[in-house]
Design a binder for this molecule. Sequence first.
Ligand SMILES: CC[C@@H](C(=O)O)C(=O)SCCNC(=O)CCNC(=O)[C@H](O)C(C)(C)COP(=O)(O)OP(=O)(O)OC[C@H]1O[C@@H](n2cnc3c(N)ncnc32)[C@H](O)[C@@H]1OP(=O)(O)O
Ligand SMILES: [Co+2]
Length: 133
Amino acid sequence: MLKVEHIGIAVQSLDVSVPLFEKLLNSPCYKKEAVDSEQVQTAFFRQGDTKVELLEATSESSVIARFLEKKGEGMHHIAFEVTDILAEMERLSAEGFTLLQAVPKRGADNKLVCFLHPKNTNGVLIELCQEIS
Ligand SMILES: CC[C@@H](C(=O)O)C(=O)SCCNC(=O)CCNC(=O)[C@H](O)C(C)(C)COP(=O)(O)OP(=O)(O)OC[C@H]1O[C@@H](n2cnc3c(N)ncnc32)[C@H](O)[C@@H]1OP(=O)(O)O
Ligand SMILES: [Co+2]
């Protein structure tokens, strides 16, 4: 894995949290993007070599809505950048990790993504992401 690509944070409202993170990071939100497959609206901030991704649910059945209901706002996942997501999925599966998808799906910010179940990763939801060239 190359680096931490982003940290995902579940929020109730981007209208509230985007200005908050702009103040916190002293950096503007550079992109907002809806990802319909995940039923989320995202907002991104650059921070050095990595990013913060805020996630607001766009539907009650979104995993973000479920997370907010159970745990409240806060850190939702850590995303690691990889060069070859299929090879990394194969390697991690062989190591006994539980992939949440058989094939990568389209994420935000021009990425292919795949998630690992937090039950095998010390309770932390992990996202793999590869830049789409
Ligand atoms: C915008 C696109 C993309 C990007 O480009 O960056 C994204 O980041 S999308 C982000 C949102 N999408 C996802 O998270 C997809 C992957 N996640 C899932 O498939 C599910 O959230 C899950 C991890 C399988 C959990 O779903 P489910 O089993 O239906 O939910 P439960 O509420 O029943 O939880 C079961 C179990 O897992 C714990 N849990 C849930 N979410 C997290 C989390 N984010 N971090 C740590 N642990 C989590 C939950 O607490 C339950 O634990 P127990 O109570 O101990 O059973
Ligand atoms: Co993410």
